[in-house]
Design a protein. Structure first.
Length: 155
């Protein structure tokens, strides 16, 4: 197994164990992370985002479906099952991830998933009918950023 694939597997193993510090150790200090809810986090913000999500999780189940990497980069597919805390609705989110590496750490991590599909599950009827509407995505991003800022202040 390529060392970068092993790194991806270590990251998701830590995620499944809810070990945010072990996840953070997989990241370079200047890591750049992006997904539909957190469009651009850098450095410690990215690690703190995972710590925040893990701290809030009550029934989170993470499964790494597949991973591959070489010297140039890596990719993974993973599935998150959880209850969205704001609505109490169950979510099954299949996420595609791409990675770049430097010196044995993840320096770039981009997660992608259909926002509309996530919104339909997490937000219920509002998400199902309006999840494609940009103001809904903006509101989710704004709430996510606010939650991360509050979490980081309490650290």
């Amino acid at each position: 197994m390529h060392p970068n694939e092993a790194l991806i597997r270590r990251f998701y193993d830590a995620f499944a164990r809810r070990d945010g510090d072990a996840m953070a150790q997989c990241y370079a200090e200047d890591v750049a992370f992006s997904d539909p809810a957190f469009p651009m986090l850098r450095g410690p913000e990215a690690a703190d985002m995972w710590r925040m999500l893990l701290a809030r999780a009550t029934d989170l189940d993470i499964k790494l479906d597949r991973a591959a990497a070489d010297d140039e980069g890596g990719a993974a597919q993973w599935t998150a099952r959880y209850t969205f805390s704001k609505t109490g609705l169950p979510v099954v989110n299949v996420i595609q991830a791409v990675f770049a590496f430097r010196d044995g750490r993840i320096v770039r991590h981009v997660d992608s998933f259909p926002f509309w599909r996530w919104a339909a599950q997490a937000l219920g009827p509002v998400g199902k009918f309006l999840g494609w509407f940009p103001p809904i995505k903006y509101k989710v991003r704004k709430e996510a950023a606010k939650g991360l800022a509050l979490f980081r202040q309490r650290k």
